[in-house]
Design a protein around this ligand. Structure first.
Ligand SMILES: [Zn+2]
Length: 317
């Protein structure tokens, strides 16, 4: 059940079909501005009043239903509204390995103590967690996790019970360090007027075009103070972009901090400023940019991110 009650309840039903999968009967609660849906396939979500007719008329492929229900699972209390309705069809499918990571992380969330077997009783829940089409695809993921020794199936009495194995716990430690569920990219850079313009129009856009959420903490131009907020935002990020133009001490520190957390760092620098780089970072594969070809910087950032992480799901609109 949902955490918040969105106003006065007007009506409820349990015979209508879910507007996403169009197959399963949903529990449906109609409030003044929102409707609350509990679909056994798609999970729990809200629909804003303004778009109820639109979503009922939309059709979704079974892969789109799988992606939407996975997305809803990861974004608790998700409200479908006019700003995100069309984004739903564009959610990217995770790769096989990303699905298996999602399932393992989901199992970890359900596990109360190491060694606990989890019963696969609600098939659709596990399918949602792993962004799978159906039980068949889920079983492939489970077999992969089993054969790579990350989970263990209870072989007794033919039950469908699984526990995370010691290798699974170890693997979880390694992927958790990389914030697999984060969509955030922290940007470390020099704060001056010219650089602000480059950030707003090119760096930020490259990140958004790749499907990730750019975060930059505003600072005064000559202040390299690293505060708790900066470190907290880096910790929450999936990766960071560090622009070394201007050679600010703060940028070196933040890039080093991110590397220490096992986060990917994308190094960038204005070409004519490269020679001043400290030798400790020269070994990295820099994206170099020039003032007269900034669109290239924007696109290079997008392609580098997509090459490393695949396209993200973040949409600012
Ligand atoms: Zn549904």
């Amino acid at each position: 059940m949902f955490g918040k009650r969105p106003g006065r309840l007007i009506a409820m039903s349990n015979h209508d079909k879910c507007p996403i999968c169009k197959k399963n009967e949903m529990e449906y609660f109609i409030y003044e501005n929102l409707s609350e849906v509990h679909c056994p396939r798609c999970g729990d979500y809200y629909i804003h009043r303004d778009i109820i007719m639109d979503i009922k008329e939309m059709t979704f492929t079974s892969r789109e239903v799988a992606n939407i229900s996975g997305y809803i699972y990861e974004n608790k209390d998700f409200i479908i509204n006019k700003d995100n309705l069309y984004m739903l069809k564009k959610i990217q499918s995770p790769s096989f390995h990303e699905k298996s990571d999602k399932l393992l992380i989901g199992l970890e969330k359900m596990t109360e103590y190491a060694g606990q077997y989890l019963e696969k009783d609600d098939d659709w829940l596990w399918v949602r967690i792993s962004w799978c089409l159906d039980d068949k695809e889920l079983n492939e993921i489970l077999s992969f996790l089993e054969s790579s020794n990350r989970i263990h199936r209870d072989s007794k009495s033919g039950t469908h019970r699984y526990k995370i194995s010691p290798m699974g716990w170890l693997y979880l430690e390694t992927i958790k360090k990389k914030n697999p569920e984060s969509q955030q990219c922290f940007v470390a850079m020099w704060f001056d007027d010219e650089m602000n313009e480059i950030y707003e129009n090119y760096i930020k856009k490259g990140i958004i075009n790749a499907g990730y959420k750019p975060v930059r903490i505003d600072q005064k131009p000559f202040n390299d103070k690293i505060d708790d907020q900066i470190l907290a935002e880096i910790r929450k990020s999936k990766f960071i972009i560090a622009d070394f133009t201007g050679h600010r001490g703060g940028v070196y520190f933040e890039a080093g901090f991110a590397l220490g957390l096992n986060l990917e760092v994308i190094f960038i620098c204005r070409k004519d400023d490269l020679k001043k780089l400290h030798f400790d970072v020269r070994q990295y594969n820099f994206i170099l940019w020039e003032k007269d070809s900034l669109n290239k910087l924007r696109d290079s950032i997008q392609y580098r991110i997509e090459r490393i992480f695949g396209k993200g799901n973040y949409n600012p609109n």
